[in-house]
Ligand binder design. Structure first.
Ligand code: 13P
Length: 245
């Protein structure tokens, strides 16, 4: 069975004091042991979080570069993450695809480099409102997945996050039916990789997840967890982790 997974993407938010408070809250919380929890603070706070957060909760960066250490001013190194016991990274987030212009190929290349060098990846995909309204949702997500499949062969270090762009930070959560439909399409597509990969890969939903809407979403057969943005900065994140209890 796929272990339920809840990720918290802090994006470019927080401060030393607010992030210490989040860490303390997590350290003192009773979290469902059946859930894998990964939090992703901004790069500058990764070590602060890793050094203060209790073991059993993993930490993710929000970006990496696809090259070994060297002359790449400003980039985040996979080996530095490993050295800091930061074992995850979020890649392909729509904010990086759209604002920072990362192509499907760049995202796939970073995913390959990270996973081949021991860092697991929360790999994000999803359509815009315009694409959804044009009936292209599955085509868009499939194209993003095809670019990934072209570069990687080992899927064991990948968790997929389906995040419809129109649901991110808007308060407009996808309905359970909308989310389940795309999650099922992704799982069906994964059968092209292999039945084992389709069966074992976790597919998370992201986009305006709150403590109020997570319960229903978590009951869908192909929803294996969440990637939480805004609510991951609040105590409600703990309720989302515990949504199946
Ligand atoms: P919100 O939960 O704030 O909508 O953000 C979702 C997201 O982008 C997580 O990566």
């Amino acid at each position: 069975a796929r272990k339920f997974f809840v990720g918290g993407n802090f994006k470019m938010n927080g401060s030393v004091s607010s992030i210490k408070e989040i860490v303390n809250n997590l350290n003192n919380a009773k979290l469902d042991a059946e859930v894998e929890v990964v939090v992703s603070p901004p790069a500058l706070y990764l070590l602060l979080v890793r050094e203060n957060l209790r073991s059993g909760i993993e930490v993710a960066a929000q970006n990496v570069y696809d090259k070994p250490n060297g002359a790449y001013t400003g980039e985040i190194s996979v080996s530095h993450l490993k050295d800091s016991n930061v074992n995850w990274v979020i890649l392909g987030h729509s904010e990086r695809r759209t604002i920072l212009k990362e192509s499907d190929e760049v995202v796939a290349s970073k995913t390959k480099y990270a996973t081949e060098n021991g860092v697991s990846v929360i790999w994000c995909c999803g359509e815009s409102l315009e694409e959804r309204e044009a009936g292209k949702t599955v085509d868009v997500v499939t194209k993003q997945l095809e670019a990934l499949k072209a570069k990687i062969s080992d899927w064991s270090k990948i968790v997929i996050a389906y995040e419809p762009i129109w649901a991110i930070g808007t308060g407009k959560v996808a309905t359970t039916e909308q989310a389940q439909e795309v999650h099922k399409a992704i799982r069906d597509w994964l059968k092209n990789v292999s039945p084992k990969v389709a069966d074992e890969t976790r597919i998370l939903y992201g986009g305006s997840v709150t403590e109020k809407n997570c319960g229903e979403l978590s009951k869908q057969p192909d929803i294996d967890g969440f990637l939480v943005g805004g609510a991951s900065l609040k105590p409600a994140f703990i309720d989302i982790v515990n949504c199946r209890q």
